[in-house]
Design a protein around this ligand. Structure first.
Ligand code: GLC
Ligand code: CA
Length: 537
């Protein structure tokens, strides 16, 4: 019997960085009305849900990841009515909306923090992590900020330090305080009641810190920067997390078909998997796939490991891009050629798991280069020129060849990529062989053949190190995916027996397509083939 379809399981999630998507009122910043206007485009792409990076009021020290009020919308993005309209218009198109909740820390402009630093007797004081100075007057322990520098900021008025895992303008919340915890649970309900379909939880495994605030031990060996020289055993991933994970899931379960995905911070796949389950999160992110080197073996290994960790009990997810990483187009290509990106898309959209697409990925947007004086990202400001920050992957969406790529008639908050007059949605829509049309065609193939959405996955070992090959099985349908990671033609012999008759259902959308020759497939440079067989019973 066919299991119930679930939008977050069978579907595809599209991440929007709202500042950079579509500006409707000529202030150079994307907004909700801009997103509403783009819903038909998003629907037409074939995705099922939208994850919005934070849209709450924020002084933008970390562009929305420093929240000053969890219960409303930043006026630069619109108002609550616009948000209600976005939900309604999205739902009308059967698109789901996922919000980004940043609950490890707030902005230092949040009313709670403003109160908290007024006095130790203030009811909000204990909502943040305040500690007395060490006997020498220095910080209470050796914890550092992951954005660089000390993790503790001294407050002269209180003669105390507060802890911040990120910018000093992002004080960490004290999840051990019961009132704070209850308040944050209300935040979930507030947005669920508004009709939001799910949440992406920012660095959720950092919520709790060691109660005694012990020093992190030093790691052996060299580290690129001081933060990486420590074993983070006391400032993240504390056992108390698990109870909160379950509490969050229990709230979501009171509503139909909701979804929560956690962003695991500093931890690998094994840890991420421990937070996923029937009574825990639906999914957690792991960065191994996105950070794999360009070869079939490495991707295969990341996939096999992540898939096996999930087993039959849980559902994996995959992404190549997000707002914190250089774009895959920039990491894996050197020029404007998109053939490697088509191969990546095929892999992303046919492995077992929920695919995430980051805005602009579908047209192959490349990172912009930002001059030092124009850098916006706090991490880039601190580490330039060793690390130039995350502005590169956050440039305005390239809609058409008009001024500012059709993103805005005003100067955008970050520059548009100079390739926009050629690389844009309008151009690619009218070119059948474009990357955009590739994504669209492939998504339709995925929808038509349920094994590609919901089937179990089996990786097929191949003697040819350039090929990544796997099967997807669902009931009587089996599909076979063959991916060529090399710049040469490769051949693959089909596993044919009496019951298998393979039909090629996808082989690319340009002149360089794969084809069957006898019992084998010939794949051009970076070519792909998807075949489907129905077992004759
Ligand atoms: C997460 C976000 C990142 C942000 C950080 C602090 O890693 O993805 O953009 O800077 O948390 O909130
Ligand atoms: Ca705007």
């Amino acid at each position: 019997m066919e299991k119930k379809k679930l939008w977050w399981k069978d579907g595809i999630i599209y991440q929007i960085y709202p500042r950079s998507f579509q500006d409707s009122n000529a202030d150079g910043i994307g907004d909700l009305t801009g997103i509403i206007k783009s819903l038909d485009y998003i629907k037409d792409l074939g995705v099922d849900a939208i994850w919005l990076s934070p849209i709450y009021p924020s002084p933008d020290k970390d562009f929305g990841y420093d929240v000053a009020d969890y219960l409303t919308i930043d006026p630069k993005f619109g108002h609550l009515q616009d948000f209600d309209q976005l939900i309604a218009e999205a739902h009308k198109r059967d698109l789901h909306i996922i919000m980004d909740l940043v609950l490890n820390h707030t902005s230092d402009q949040h009313r709670w923090f403003v109160e908290s630093r007024k006095s130790v007797d203030n009811p909000y004081h204990d909502w943040y992590l305040w500690r007395d100075p060490a006997p020498n007057g220095g910080p209470p322990n050796n914890w550092l900020s992951s954005f660089g520098g000390p993790g503790w900021e001294y407050d002269r008025y209180l003669n105390k330090y507060y802890f911040h895992m990120f910018e000093k303008h992002q004080p960490d919340l004290n999840w051990r305080n019961p009132e704070l915890r209850a308040m944050l649970m209300k935040v979930f309900r507030y947005w669920l009641d508004k009709g939001v379909d799910g949440f992406r939880l920012d660095v959720f495994n950092a919520y709790f810190k060691d109660e005694q605030m012990r020093d992190n031990p030093r790691k052996k060996g060299l580290a690129r920067r001081p933060f990486e020289a420590y074993d983070h055993i006391y400032d993240i991933s504390q056992p108390e997390m698990m109870e909160v994970v379950k509490e969050i899931r229990a709230i979501l379960n009171e509503y139909p078909d909701r979804y929560v995905v956690g962003e695991t911070f500093l931890e690998g796949p094994v840890y991420a998997r421990t937070l996923v389950g029937e009574d825990k999160f639906h999914a957690a992110f792991d960065f191994s796939f996105a950070q794999s080197p360009w070869n079939a073996k490495a991707f295969g290994k990341a996939i096999q490991y992540w898939d096996a960790l999930h087993g039959d009990e849980a559902w994996p997810n995959y992404f190549l891009n997000n707002h914190d990483l250089p774009r895959s187009a920039t990491r894996y290509t050197q020029n404007e050629d998109d053939s490697r990106l088509k191969l990546l898309a095929t892999m992303l959209l046919t492995v077992r798991g929920t695919p995430f697409i980051y805005y602009g990925e579908e047209i192959g947007m490349r990172d912009i280069k930002v001059a030092r004086k124009n850098i916006q990202d706090p991490v880039g400001k601190r580490y330039w020129p060793f690390y130039k920050g995350r502005d590169g992957c956050r440039s305005p969406m390239q809609w058409d060849a008009n001024i500012n790529a059709g993103f805005s008639t005003a100067d955008p908050w970050l520059p548009v990529h100079p390739n926009y007059s050629v690389r844009n949605v309008a151009n690619q829509q009218s070119s059948p062989a474009s990357l955009l049309n590739f994504y669209k065609d492939l998504i339709q193939v995925r929808k038509k053949h349920r094994s590609l959405q919901a089937g179990k996955m089996v990786l097929i070992p191949s003697d040819n190190k350039h090929l990544l090959v796997y099967l997807r099985h669902l009931e009587e349908e089996t599909s076979l995916v063959v991916l060529n990671f090399s710049s040469d033609i490769q051949h693959f012999e089909l596993p044919i027996d009496e019951v298998n008759e393979w039909d090629m259902v996808f082989n690319g959308n340009d002149a360089m397509t794969s084809h069957m020759s006898g019992t084998g497939i010939s794949l051009p440079a970076y070519g792909m083939a998807i075949l489907v067989s129905r077992l004759a019973i």
